[in-house]
Design a protein. Structure first.
Lengths: 83, 341
């Protein structure tokens, strides 16, 4: 939900941040540090649709993520018929 | 970003409230809002045993966690849809959650009730899958509550669910769905159990954050049959609005409850009776669930799939499930039945 293909930013770098797009079963690698809000914008993800998780912590959009970080974008939207 | 309460490092900003919290203060905020909603809407009494419909997802388990933590006498109800690994994983999460809290969990298999799991139901009916599944869940939920002596069932519907349902009903100007959408569905017939939605003011992201911060092991994966559901598109549209105008979802749905719902309620009147087959409340002679079960049996016996018959006006316990991929106007009500037929 709210995602567009991030092919433009997929790369292969010596030192890269790994971003796991949960439920799309995809991972992308990015070089360089940036704020979470910039990361989400690059990947076309609306902040309201995901939790941004690094290890055991949640990150706000102003946090900086950098090389060697593993960041999970966990969708929060569930759908279909609810009881 | 700093926590508004303690000044520590914030882990979650809530743009619609123009605030941010650290983990502990967010958990307090969340619990306070849910319990305040329960109190203000008179959803539960302290003496009343509450049956919580749990799917293994973040919303229903977060709800169970909050109510259990607040001392409400709770029992879980897991409805096994028979959707392969997805259902197995969901059930395991619910069982583990209940065991950790030494709480009781009832399990009902759709296959035992209707003769087949949802994958086969999907192949035997022309109803959208989410519609047949929703109908089955609401029926089983109500009957399990009656059978086990519960007077109220709580579900994990959140603000995004409710706003998306309202959005869908508004796009169709579906007056009876609009009249019925409420966080408290009263028992308007002896065979209907009250249903309440204590999370209706909490956004989907807030419930996900609560579940994560409470280390609740929930199923993150989406139901394989939900892909392409119209309700997901409605949620995406609303989240785009929310992004440019924080608070849009809340003002849309909560504003509807405060200022518009009564306009639709005025003309709504539904006569309920007991299904001649199963005894559950319905608007017709035979309820929609029994009809669906018939259809599954017929197709299993080798008959061809019959077109879905448009149902009469659904009863007011109906939840107005977002209709998924529905094409025919004559089928507009089919997705929103509950025990009705």
């Amino acid at each position: 939900v709210g995602l567009r293909p991030p092919e433009a930013v997929i790369g292969c770098y010596d030192r890269a941040m790994k971003v796991i797009l949960r439920n799309q079963s995809r991972e992308v690698e990015l070089a360089g540090r940036r704020r979470v809000k910039e990361l989400l914008a690059e990947l076309g993800v609306l902040p309201e649709t995901v939790l941004v998780i690094r290890g055991r912590e949640l990150l706000t959009v102003d946090e900086v993520v950098r090389e060697d970080d593993v960041v999970e974008l966990r969708p929060v939207i569930s759908g279909g018929g609810r009881p | 970003v700093k926590c508004r309460k303690c000044g520590g490092r914030a882990v979650l900003e809530l743009r619609r409230h123009n605030t941010a919290f650290c983990g502990d203060d967010f958990l307090d905020f969340f619990r306070h809002h849910v319990l305040e909603t329960v109190r203000r809407w008179k959803m539960l009494s302290r003496e009343e045993r509450v049956l919580i419909a749990v799917s293994g997802g973040k919303d229903s388990l977060a709800l169970w966690d909050v109510l259990h933590g607040a001392g409400y006498p709770t029992t879980g109800l897991y409805i096994d849809l028979g959707i392969g690994e997805y259902s197995q994983a969901s059930r395991a999460r619910c069982e583990a959650f209940a065991a950790e809290r030494e709480s009781r969990l009832l399990v009902v298999r759709v296959a035992d009730e209707i003769g087949a799991g949802i994958p086969r139901v999907r192949d035997t009916t022309r109803r959208p899958t989410c519609s047949a599944c929703g109908l089955s869940k609401r029926y089983i939920m109500n009957r399990a509550a009656l059978d086990h002596g519960f007077t109220v069932v709580a579900t994990g519907h959140n603000l995004d669910d409710e706003a998306a349902t309202l959005f869908g009903s508004t796009l169709r100007w579906d007056e009876s769905s609009l009249a019925r959408q409420t966080p408290v569905l009263e028992a308007t017939h002896p065979k209907l159990v009250r249903r309440v939605k204590p999370l209706f003011r909490m956004s989907e992201r807030e419930t996900a954050a609560y579940a994560f911060l409470r280390a609740i092991d929930y199923v993150v994966e989406e139901c394989p049959f939900a892909r392409g559901a119209t309700s997901l598109t409605h949620k995406e549209v609303l989240n785009r609005l929310e992004d440019v105008s924080p608070g849009s979802k809340a003002s849309f749905f909560l504003g509807y409850l405060e200022r518009a719902r009564h306009l639709f309620q005025a003309g709504e009147r539904v006569d309920l009776r007991e299904c001649t087959r199963c005894g559950q409340a319905t608007t017709g002679e035979v309820c929609a669930f029994c009809k669906l079960a018939d259809q599954v049996r017929r197709v299993s016996a080798g008959a061809t799939v019959a077109p879905v018959t448009p149902a009469p006006a659904p009863d007011e316990h109906t939840d107005a499930d977002p209709p998924a991929q529905r094409g025919l106007i004559s089928d507009l009500h089919a997705a929103s039945e509950i025990h009705s037929a």
